[in-house]
Design a protein around this ligand. Sequence first.
Ligand code: M6R
Length: 607
Amino acid sequence: MCGITGFIGAGQALPFLMQGLAKLEYRGYDSAGITLVDEHGLYTCKTKGRLSELEALLRDVRCPQNCGIGHTRWATHGVPSQLNSHPHSNMKNTISLVHNGIIENYAVLKQELLAKGYQFTSETDTEIVVHLLDEHYYRDRLPMFEALLKTVHQLQGSFALCIVCTDEPDRIYVAKKESPMVLGRCESGTMCASDAPALLEYTKEILPLNDGEAAILKADSLEVYDFEGNPVPENWISFPYDVQSAQKGGYDSFMMKEIHEQPSVIRETLRGRFRGEMIYMQEIDRLHLDERDIRRIYYVACGTAYHACIYAVTQLSRYARCAVNAMPASEFRYGSPYLDEHTLCVFVSQSGETADTIAALKLAKSHHAVTTAVVNVLGSSMTRLADAVLYTCAGPEISVASTKAYTTQLVLLACLNVELADVMDWEMPGRREMIRDLQILPEAVEEVMGYESTMEQLSKLLKDQRDAYFIGRQLDYPSALEGALKLKEVSYVHADAYYAGELKHGPIALIEKDSVVVAMATQPEVAAKTVSNIEETIARGAQVILITTKDMPAEKFEHVLRLPNLCPDLAPITGAVLLQMFAYFTAELKGCDIDKPRNLAKSVTVE
Ligand code: M6R
């Protein structure tokens, strides 16, 4: 996720670009840059770091230009650095562009451009776009807009693009596919951005571009076309939010916004991962696992990411022909785990900066174990330490409570487990169904969003309760752990998670009238047993919320939520969304500061 701004008007462009980038910093903040254009040429200024660093660089620079583009980056290809920052320019320094999205076929296009003599200065997927534009504009002699249309037809993946050119300093070219882009105009000029908050100080009349549309922005007009060059009707909307709520996408908190982002970030995480019936994970090819005689696998992390590890291990241990373990990093680092060159260690982290997980990773490396990091933040410490890196593409997660990072971790770990089965030649039951259903998972996650108002109602069960109990068996157990953690973290309601079969060995002593029990029963071979366990709690007066599948007989229970039909291994992903909403609405009911729970930090960089 990145943020883009563009302005062409009567006054200076820079003030609009900078205020817009500030409003979009929630979309990314590892580097920032601008290009201004006039009859004298392009002026580009960009830097690694937050927007304040760019502001410092520009403080004493005179910037009278009235056309320009800006970018705040959240790296996906190439670590955060000055060279990888946007805007990117062609070799003549006459065309400059910013991009939000991922160009899937950039590697192939890059090879073709290299063969034609184009030189690259960054590691980004974006730079190929500016060279393609250069090729069509200068070598094919197409007008710039036609060069843009020809270019977008060559790109696979997602993109929102803003382009300026020294030959036409009076206009900005824009194109959109699967990444957001909104346009606006007011008396002082015409503008565009990744999201409406960037425009709201200037106008509340917004034109969201649709996928497959391109636009030409001039100081006093704009024109919108489809990718074939046909004009398309403009559907302007009047934007109802103020700037602050618009940054949260109209939601009351980043947590709820991030819960709702899950269908799209899961789609991004899976982008390019399918090759027919195979999972494509070239990042781990370099580990040559098939030649290493792997004898044990550890999944290691902290907090929510550790629950993702328990999910991965529960799944993998059903078919792995070697020892498989999940461990909290804080225990792993002091517990003398058996580590050698036949050990594979997978470290999972949203931030890539968690102190205990980094220490565990260093320990594994010092014993010559093979290491892989599953991380969200590109270029973070773990990505520099591990032998191989897999990125969850969740975008920046602002809320302290992890939501979209967790579900993208589950998705990527499920893919990794398929890949491990293939590389190690282990027979994986349900492999075909898993690959089939992963491809419809974003829609299934979208479907469970429909339970939002039900979860809001159910959270009222906890209104006068101090405790809640989460239970599940097999793959439902990590869901129970995560549901309990989420509830504790944001609502301060004490919550515990148990294997459902363990309830009768002690915890059931706690159950009394109106105790709240959340039961996950999504795994066909054990769901009926979990349902028997909840009957035991109901007999003692508990109020039970049952999360199960569409075909589980459960008519006699009062609060039943049914997940979409997917292979059982993916139910913890759709189920997680309900548990996140349950925690969210409980916290709201109790008046908690949802995005910044007490005593917690987003990234725990101390032991
Ligand atoms: O950045 P990491 O994923 O390594 O962070 C690990 C935990 O600190 C984190 O998951 C924490 O438990 C979250 N606040 C849970 O919502």
